[in-house]
Design a protein around this ligand. Structure first.
Ligand code: AKG
Ligand code: FE2
Length: 215
């Protein structure tokens, strides 16, 4: 389903970009990569993302806190015990100066040693009705799986606070400038992502997150 170049990019840098993908092919690609999963209970599988002011956003969303400003680094579905493996985003309406999507490959924070170091750091994960403690990075099916969302995860203990204080200001490892019909696929276990501050240009991005089938 994905070209070997796209697969190679996903493996080497944690994301890939496909050009000129129509809406139905987007859904086919998402379904081939895993199980498309709604991001909200009883919500649709395909989210339509547009920049929103705080007061216009659904409560508890990133937009409700950060509005049209730059989003913080986060992984999607960070409160899930089993966060989605991939995020697929397709540009519906964008122009050259629409806000970018930025990527932070967590391997850039320290490669092999990092997994060992970060797996010892824990987060308090706060969902709507429950909370639990989870490592920042764990291994799932032999693959690194990190979770991070400043609205829902809090480093616990001094060491975790110290190490993880670097994350919010870490520079992106990639910045995606959107063209219409681009599809961006992000490994949500390995990379954090964010939207840059909204611009006056229109921006409508369609998103499908998929869970791993192996789980
Ligand atoms: O619009 C984007 O580029 C990313 C938005 C995002 O990360 C989110 O809504 O969770
Ligand atoms: Fe996100």
């Amino acid at each position: 389903m994905l070209s070997s170049i796209a697969i190679q990019n996903l493996l080497s840098v944690g994301f890939c970009v496909l050009r000129d993908i129509d809406a139905s092919r987007f859904i086919e690609i998402a379904s081939a990569m895993g199980t498309p999963t709604p991001t909200r209970r009883d919500g649709p599988v395909l989210d339509v993302l547009t920049p929103k002011r705080e007061q216009d956003a659904r409560p508890s969303t990133i937009s409700a806190h950060y509005g049209l400003g730059e989003f913080p680094w986060h992984s999607d579905g960070a409160v899930d015990k089993d966060p989605p493996r991939y995020i697929l985003m397709r540009a519906g309406t964008v122009t050259a100066d629409s806000a970018t999507t930025d990527i932070l490959d967590l391997r850039s924070l320290g490669e092999g040693e990092m997994l060992k170091k970060y797996s010892r750091l824990s987060l308090l994960v706060s969902a709507r009705n429950f909370s639990y403690v989870a490592p920042f990075v764990m291994r799932r099916n032999g693959v690194m799986c990190a979770k991070w969302d400043p609205l829902r995860t809090t480093p616990t203990g001094k060491r975790a606070e110290e190490f993880l204080s670097e994350v919010p200001t870490a520079p992106p490892t990639a910045v995606h400038h959107w063209q219409p019909s681009d599809v961006l696929i992000i490994d949500n276990w390995r990379c954090l992502h964010r939207r840059s501050a909204a611009t006056a240009s229109p921006r409508e991005i369609h998103r499908i997150v998929v869970k791993s089938r192996e789980d």
